[in-house]
Design a protein around this ligand. Structure first.
Ligand code: 9MR
Length: 341
């Protein structure tokens, strides 16, 4: 009997300490910053992934499942199940969802690649927006309406949408999206657009400034921030860029953060990497129009980085075995203790 009481009270204590456990989810909510990761289907189905996401994210995005080729792989077939599962998981765990992405030049279904006229392209765009936004009405907080629409020199990328429709495909998508759901935030998302003065940053700023002046509905822009940890962050240039979006009344998302370092000698770069992560997090907490801080995954196990940047890796705050690194503890400490003036 005594043994039973002891076991029961131990179980109760574990339950209570478990409940009282304070983690990034708890502190990010307190700070009012949407914080989280890009996740895969496995992350919401298997441990320890699920627990890491539940305990630490207040916002998730799907790394691949919401992209055209996956959610609408053929003209007549919509593959809702992966995204439905993610949204259900998010709901159960008090996590909001960012949709990535309605339109992009990559990961398009064959029937999209075969579109050949402007009319067909506009009809395909409209159908994509209508179907997705009605299916997920009330369940998505932010949409990446268009992803990566610029070249490095700040000119518009010749994507299939641009080639068939012309530059007006961008405003067409926003207007249609706003008609379909007035309650979500509509973003454009891009990489290498964080530093004031860089051609691509200027391209993005000038585009959305013109949209605001003409009443085209846009609520924010994403700065992906796939960064090289061996390069120092230009904090002033990033803050100045964020502030001019604030002046336009636009939000900013740090939307795909990862900080890669050389794989052959990571120890030599870990401090520099931590500096980059922590500075970015402080900027996100301090600049009122930065609404989210999302990392492109959480563990080095599964990161896209080594496959794309040979010799680089270790870009995320949990190691290959999904154990938190010192950089994660430093970020947690900021989320916990950092007081925004
Ligand atoms: O991480 C994604 C990877 O698994 C896919 O193979 C790849 C397809 O091109 O897309 C990656 O995610 C990208 C994101 O959608 C847009 N910004 C750059 C990301 C890394 O390539």
């Amino acid at each position: 009997m005594k043994k039973l009481i002891l076991i029961t009270s131990l179980a109760m204590m574990t339950l209570l300490t478990g409940c009282a456990k304070k983690n990034a989810h708890y502190y990010a909510k307190k700070q009012g910053l949407d914080f989280g990761f890009a996740v895969t289907s496995a992350d919401i189905l298997q441990e320890p992934n699920m627990t890491i996401v539940k305990e630490n994210a207040t916002m998730v995005v799907s790394e691949n499942n919401m992209k055209n080729a996956n959610i609408h792989p053929s003209k007549k077939f919509w593959n809702w199940s992966d995204t439905d599962h993610l949204i259900e998981f998010a709901k159960q765990n008090d996590i909001s969802v960012k949709f990535h992405t309605l339109f992009w030049h990559q990961q398009n279904a064959p029937f999209i690649l075969n579109l050949s006229t402007k009319e067909e392209a506009l009809a395909a765009m409209d159908e994509h927006i209508e179907k997705i936004m009605s299916h997920y009405k009330g369940q998505i907080k932010v949409y990446d309406v268009v992803n990566e629409m610029f070249n490095e020199d700040g000119s518009l990328r010749q994507s299939l949408w641009y080639n068939l429709i012309g530059p007006e495909y961008l405003e067409h998508a926003l207007i249609k999206a706003r008609q379909c759901d007035p309650d979500v935030k509509l973003y454009f998302n891009e990489y290498n657009n964080e530093n004031l003065g860089y051609a691509k940053s200027e391209g993005m700023y000038n585009l959305v400034k013109d949209f605001k002046a003409r009443g085209i509905p846009i609520d924010g822009i994403g700065m992906q921030l796939h960064l090289d940890g061996t390069q120092p962050l230009n904090e002033d240039a990033i803050r100045a860029n964020i502030r001019r979006y604030a002046e336009l009344g636009l939000e900013v998302s740090f939307s795909e953060v990862d900080v890669r370092i050389p794989k052959d000698n990571p120890e030599a770069w870990e401090q520099a990497q931590q500096e980059v992560y922590c500075t970015l997090l402080k900027i996100a907490l301090e600049e009122p129009n930065v609404k989210s801080f999302i990392m492109w995954g959480y563990s080095d196990n599964g990161s896209w980085v080594p496959g794309t940047f040979p010799g680089y890796g270790n870009a995320l705050p949990f190691d290959f075995n999904r154990q938190p690194k010192p950089v994660w503890n430093a970020m947690l400490d900021i989320l916990k203790n950092y007081k925004v003036k």
